[in-house]
Design a protein around this ligand. Structure first.
Ligand code: GLC
Length: 738
């Protein structure tokens, strides 16, 4: 596979600190081969004696999953005060969307379209995690994913490379600050490098087939942005790309990551991913796996034990040059110096825990509010003053653990505010009845439905909380059918028969297929597991104390079979101008009566809701774009300015996210019908208007050819300024050669 020239000019590695490099080299000169290999191992926390013995012998470089600060200090003392060279450990954890104070899952944070808010959430996560000794998190996950069957879509920023890029960089800034040696700074990790979101058939750990243009246009840009933002570490992905497992992919890890992007941080394998190259069938044993990974430049073997078990023999047998190992060790030592661990290896146990502070909880509430997406509202929301008695129904109404979502290992459910608790606080205990209807989301029993229907019948309004338990999304949690599980839909259908105003709140790890439930509900508020303060946020939104502003970071399909479905699709040779619904086709219909174009007879051509969509309790008008010129000269360096006027045409303040899309009308390769190039979230008072301005440069119009090289082709482009990927009237400009 030939390397390709990334779009942005390759970035020189961050300026190396000459003094630090000298310290690294002098330390390296003292290290034995065993001590060098020791730095390249990351072990899961285990029973203390076994682990501390290995640490004292210099056989461990970093530890994952130890979050007891006292144990962290004890292990660190073993490393610093008992091992021969006193090299400190790094303690790592999956702090994916908060540590103790849990924020919305990353897909929910992406739905805020608010990078500043996402940065603040990461900063708070780092403050809480570092207080326990964690100085390395395996976040942000920036795997573009367009198939909601894949459970790990929950951890991503969704289907669009730009949204993944902006959210990933925001998280990196929040975790790391601009001083990695700050004791509250945590090394971030761009993962999973790369292409994991394209796991075939949405099944986790599956193979991927990625042609260079797709890699260069969609998969890699968020990672390049992370490298340019100074992310301290990268993680290899489990999948193979076109038959090459990432942990042994020299093209990806050396040609692209190190040489093209100038990355000089640490590259860690995913858990056991080096040894799993045996399962992939590209390594016969741990020796072969270790050799592939070392030659690919994987610095740390996370819990794979290929490096500790096989690397020394490879050197003794002359199969692996010790200089290769030295380079890997340099990267690990450089990270430890950058983190200030040689100067400050220990945690100050006298400090009170920063977790769950009022400011952290307030930030988590705000994030959960801005992550909620109002999909439908016939006027039922916000709940009117005439609503006194509320029936709270459904398995997610009072689920303090499950509202935390996937990858929340340090959540403390006693701090979670559930929707039931928050609504009772807001409206008064006696005015809010509760009946789950079904005990948990997979519960198939109908026994609880009559009681729920009774509660609904006695209320002024019914709010039903449905969705997924935390375990139903995330790693290794893929679904072949995205319809609601258990008897949830039967519950909703029964509630519908009461004729009461019925709002449905979804709390899930992914976009579910909710066509039926959407049709029943008077209002639909969709959230991707909102975290510790999900309930508080939902009560604020339902009551009108807060106004929804979330926008879909993923396309919401009508049926599972539509996946992969995404807005930036190709036009094909037969785009459907019209469609015929399966049930309307007469018997013995003529073969061509349904048209010969690209759509499903049973699902049509559109999703249920498009990428970027989300309503508010107010309304907005976004004008068509006004361009500074009808042409953009490829070589002039002068960008095109694109302006639009946004007006709040409703009766309450609200936030709108203006999205800038372009379409390249004719290219050497077929181009997507739309691509997001920028977005801005603004707040407007009733009646207020604001001009929103963007710039477009030729580089933003580039794409990659079959050879992976960037192409900027003159020709006609359309540009939209809209509130979602399916709206707006475009303007046209021409990119000219000169
Ligand atoms: C897991 C995940 C990865 C995580 C790592 C450490 O298998 O793939 O995202 O960071 O192992 O827990």
């Amino acid at each position: 596979m030939s390397a390709f020239v990334a779009v942005a000019s390759c970035v020189a590695a961050p300026p190396k600190d000459a003094v630090m490099e000298a310290r690294i080299d002098s330390l390296l000169d003292l290290m034995t081969l065993q001590e060098k290999i020791g730095q390249l191992n990351q072990f899961n926390t285990a029973q203390f004696d076994t682990l501390s013995a290995a640490v004292a012998q210099g056989r461990v470089g970093s530890i994952i999953n130890e979050v007891n600060p006292e144990v962290v200090n004890r292990l660190q003392r073993k490393a610093v005060e008992e091992s021969r060279l006193g090299i400190p450990l790094i303690f790592a954890r999956d702090v994916i969307h908060g540590f103790n104070t849990v924020f919305p899952i990353p897909l929910g944070q992406a739905a805020t379209w608010n990078p500043d808010l996402v940065e603040e959430a990461a900063r708070i996560a780092a403050i809480e995690a570092s207080a326990c000794g964690i100085r390395w998190t395996f976040s942000p996950m920036i795997d573009v994913s367009r198939d909601a069957r894949w459970g790990r879509i929950a951890e991503s920023a969704g289907e669009d490379p730009l949204l993944n890029e902006r959210m990933g960089v925001a998280m990196i800034r929040g975790y790391q600050t601009d001083n990695l040696a700050d004791p509250t700074a945590v090394a971030a990790c761009a993962k999973h490098f790369a292409g994991y979101g394209y796991s075939e058939s949405g099944k986790d750990y599956n193979t991927t087939w990625l042609p260079l243009p797709l890699l260069a246009d969609v998969v890699l840009p968020p990672f390049e942005a992370a490298a340019n933002a100074g992310v301290a570490t990268f993680m290899t992905s489990f999948n193979d790309i076109n038959g090459v497992p990432s942990s042994g992919n020299q093209w990806l890890m050396r040609d692209i990551l190190r040489d093209k992007w100038g990355f000089d941080g640490v590259l860690v394998s995913d858990w056991n991913a080096i040894t799993e190259m045996i399962n992939h069938g590209v390594a016969a044993d741990k020796k072969a796996a270790a050799l592939l990974a070392a030659n690919a430049g994987v610095d740390i073997d996370m819990e794979g034990h290929s490096y500790p078990d096989a690397m020394e023999a490879l050197v003794r047998e002359g199969k692996l040059d010790e200089n290769v190992i030295d380079d890997l060790v340099r990267n690990v030592l450089r990270l430890k110096f950058r983190l200030g661990l040689f100067e400050n290896p220990y945690i100050d146990l006298s400090k009170p825990s920063p977790s769950y502070s009022p400011s952290h909880l307030a930030a988590a509430t705000k994030a959960a509010e801005e992550s909620a997406i109002l999909l439908k509202n016939n006027g039922m929301l916000p709940l009117g003053k005439d609503v006194r008695r509320i029936a709270v129904i459904g398995p997610m109404a009072d689920a303090p653990y499950d509202q935390g979502g996937t990858w929340a290992p340090d959540i403390q459910r006693e701090h979670s505010v559930t929707p039931l608790a928050a609504l009772r606080k807001l409206y008064g205990e006696k005015n809010v009845s509760y009946s789950p209807g079904v005990k948990f989301t997979r519960d198939i029993s109908l026994d609880g439905i009559p009681e729920a229907v009774k509660a609904a019948s006695e209320a002024d309004a019914v709010i039903c909380f449905l969705g997924e338990e935390a375990v139903m999304s995330g790693e290794a949690h893929c679904m072949a059918d995205l319809d609601l599980k258990g008897a949830q839909t039967a519950l909703l259908e029964a509630l519908d028969k009461t004729g009461k105003p019925l709002a449905v709140v979804f709390m899930a790890g992914r976009p579910l297929t909710i066509k039926k439930e959407n049709a029943i509900a008077d209002a639909v508020l969709y959230t991707f597991h909102g975290g510790t303060m999900a309930g508080e946020a939902l009560a604020n939104l339902l009551s009108g104390k807060a106004n929804p502003s979330g926008k879909l970071p993923v396309t919401m399909a009508k049926m599972t079979g539509q996946y992969p479905i995404y807005y930036a699709h190709k036009n094909t040779g037969r785009p459907p101008e019209w469609t015929v619904d399966l049930d309307s086709i007469p018997l013995e219909a003529i073969q061509t009566s349904t048209g010969c174009t690209s759509y499903y007879l049973d699902a049509g051509k559109d999703p249920l809701y498009p990428f970027g969509y989300g309503l508010s309790y107010t309304t907005f008008d976004i004008s068509s774009p006004r361009l500074s010129s009808a042409t953009l000269a490829k070589r002039s360096g002068e960008p095109l300015t694109v302006e639009c006027t946004v007006t709040n045409t409703g009766d309450r303040e609200g936030q709108e996210t203006v999205q800038l899309y372009v379409r390249d009308m004719v290219g050497s390769l077929a181009r997507p019908v739309k691509e997001l190039k920028d977005f801005k979230k603004i707040s407007l008072k009733p009646g207020e208007s604001q001009v929103v301005s963007f710039t477009l440069t030729p580089a933003q119009l580039a794409y990659h050819g079959l050879d992976g090289k960037p192409i900027i082709e003159p020709g006609e482009f359309r540009v939209w300024t809209a509130g979602d990927s399916a709206s707006g009237t475009p303007a046209t400009f021409t990119l000219t050669e000169q």
